[in-house]
Write a protein of this length. Structure first.
Length: 213
C-alpha cells in the first residue's frame, strides 16, 4: 500500500475515534508487510499443488509467493516474471486456457495461427507475436465481426444485442480445438469451456480433455 493511499485513508477516517483509527493503522501495517507464512514455506521448500484462475494473471509477487508466482499467458510473462523468480519455483503450476499459445511450436503449421501471424505482420508489424493479449484481441474482434454479419443491414442497438446473445457453437481460428462460443438472452458468458495446462519449466503443456458446458 502506497503512502498516498494511507494518507487518503487517514483523511477519510478523520471523524472516527482513536480506537478505530488505531485498529485501521494496525490493519494497514499488517497488510503492507511481507507475508511471513509464504516466506516460511519457501524456507522449508513446500511444493503444494497450485491452481491459478485464468483471470488472475500477473498479480503475485515472486519474492513473497515463490510457488504461485503469477499466471503466465505468454512467453513474455515467462521471461519477465517466472524466469526472474526462478523457473524451478513455478514448475508444475496449473491453470486453464482457451486460446492457442503463439509461442507453442505445435501451432506452427496451424491455419488459424498462420492467418493471425499474417494479420499481425500486415496491420500491426510492431506488435509482439509472443504476447497472448494480441491473440485475445484478435479473437475478440473476430467474434464482433461475426455478430455484425448476423445483423445484416439492421445495425440498431436492439438487433446488435439480439444477435450478440444468439451465438451458437461459434468456432474461431484462435480458440483451442473443441472450444466454442455460445450465448443466449439469459446467458452473456461467451466462453464456458477451457483446457488445463501445466508449466513444465519452459512452457504451458495442455493435459486432459476440454471441460465446461
Amino acid at each position: 500500500m502506497t503512502e498516498r493511499t494511507k494518507t487518503s485513508m487517514c483523511c477519510a477516517t478523520a471523524g472516527l475515534g482513536a480506537r478505530a483509527l488505531a485498529h485501521i493503522k494496525s490493519r494497514v501495517e499488517r497488510e503492507s508487510s511481507p507475508a511471513r507464512p509464504s516466506l516460511r514455506a519457501r524456507e522449508i521448500e513446500l511444493r503444494p499443488h497450485v491452481f491459478i484462475a485464468s483471470v488472475g494473471s500477473r498479480w503475485a509477487d515472486p519474492q513473497h509467493y515463490p510457488w504461485t508466482i503469477a499466471l503466465w499467458q505468454d512467453q513474455k510473462t515467462v521471461a519477465s516474471v517466472l524466469k526472474a523468480a526462478g523457473l524451478e519455483r513455478s514448475t508444475g503450476l496449473v491453470t486453464a486456457t482457451f486460446l492457442k499459445d503463439p509461442t507453442d511450436p505445435q501451432w506452427v503449421n496451424d491455419r488459424g495461427m498462420k492467418e493471425w501471424i499474417a494479420w499481425m505482420r500486415k496491420y500491426y508489424p510492431e506488435g509482439d507475436t509472443t504476447d497472448w493479449y494480441n491473440v485475445f484481441g484478435y479473437a475478440l474482434a473476430q467474434a464482433i465481426v461475426h455478430v455484425l454479419k448476423q445483423c445484416g443491414d439492421n445495425l440498431t442497438r436492439e438487433n446488435v444485442m439480439s444477435q450478440a446473445t444468439n451465438l451458437k457453437n461459434l468456432e474461431l481460428p484462435m480458440l483451442l480445438p473443441g472450444i466454442t462460443i455460445n450465448t443466449s438472452r439469459t446467458d452473456y458468458l461467451p466462453i464456458k469451456q477451457m483446457r488445463l495446462a501445466r508449466f513444465d519449466g519452459a512452457r504451458r503443456v495442455r493435459f486432459g480433455e476440454t471441460t465446461g458446458d
